[in-house]
Design a protein around this ligand. Sequence first.
Ligand code: EPZ
Length: 424
Amino acid sequence: MEKLLVRGGARLRGTVRVNGAKNAVLPILAATVLTPERCRVAGTPRLRDVEVMAAILRGLGVEVETQGDPAGEGRLITVQAREVSGCEIPDRLMREVRSSIFLMGPLLARVGRVKMSHPGGCAIGPRPIDYHLRGLERLGARITERHGYIYAEAPAGLRGAEVDLDFPSVGATENLIMAAVLAQGLTVIRNAAREPEIVDLEMFLNSMGARVRGAGTHTVRVEGVAGLHGAEHRVIPDRIEACTLMIAAVATRGEVTLKDVIPQHVQAVASKLREAGAVVEEEAGGLRVVCRCRPRAVDFKTLPYPGLPTDVQPQMMALMCGAEGTSVITETVFENRFTQAEELRRMGADIRVDGRTAVVRGVPRLSGATLEATDLRNCAALVIAGLVAEGSTVVERVEHLDRGYQDFELKLRRLGADLRRVRA
Ligand code: EPZ
């Protein structure tokens, strides 16, 4: 286990480059099994989750090679699924990256059968996969579940169908698009998620010869084709990493310019930070975030894109702990995403949680404490709180950060933060 020692008080200043999006590269790597030809995915971040996805692909007989990260441009991953020899994903890898459930669609499309353990829940909620499984059945898959495993088969291939999602699930939308690209006929996915990572996936699939339309809207149409060829693609910047850095800049009353960020993708958080008193403005090829006063408390609720993302709610809560006034936070996406509240209270935060609502009364100053992270986003929230607290904060289980943030503490140190990682 590793921990981060953070000394509070420094204002973040300077320029930082945002890495490629974890939640874009993961489904795009899954999509590479749809063709026997070579694919090149550029601009990828060096993250634990990406390494695990590469290991899962190698376990399926897929060739995966990762090349350097010249001057922070991201790493190039070359993938070739000449043959997909396996159709089983090992439990331990499935548990580590539960979102690899969206390999089910492309594997069914390519080899016609899949066996994987049920991904199970995690700290933020039970994370069911019923939308994935019901949608794949609509496309003709036969799915059985026994002894904790899911068996999916489509020996005669998949066929296009109309699928209505009960909730705009990101993973289910991605899984069904990837299952549909080689199906016979037209698939229509309604109430689809509209996240930018889905638009990125559509761009990658269409560069492989797929016929996907409508990603980024509530209705996605996929016309099945006979086969796909290799492609090259650079993933979009990570909007969640960008938002996390923006929130840290405001919390420390600093002045930070983010490079390689797409302003439209972070619009909901930018407008909330402006409401809290920060200046957030586009600047040649980046975004400048400045806050010279104590942030004001703001109310917000998490929503599917383009609403405020659930993945930045913990970080926003950390910001509100030191804001002027009272903030009402509503978490509409996950059942248990206030796990950071208990840890923030140890620093003197005034937070009352009632189901999916948290009321945060800002306090003049948090005080450093020893904290334990439970997932990658609440870990980022605890680090942000440590940056502004009086004295020192220890964040334990900080390996959670490495799942979704490349060189997070290095980036913060370069912006003037006083923190370092030590082995627990
Ligand atoms: C993706 O997870 C992201 N992960 C999550 O980011 C993100 O928090 C989430 O979307 C919401 O934006 C990746 O893209 C790899 P969902 P996903 O399906 O696809 C319920 C991070 O920190 N649901 O949109 O698993 C589900 O329980 C991670 O980077 C069902 O009920 O999220 C949740 O309440 C955390 N049945 C809601 O929908 C299903 O079959 C949204 O989940 C699927 C989902």
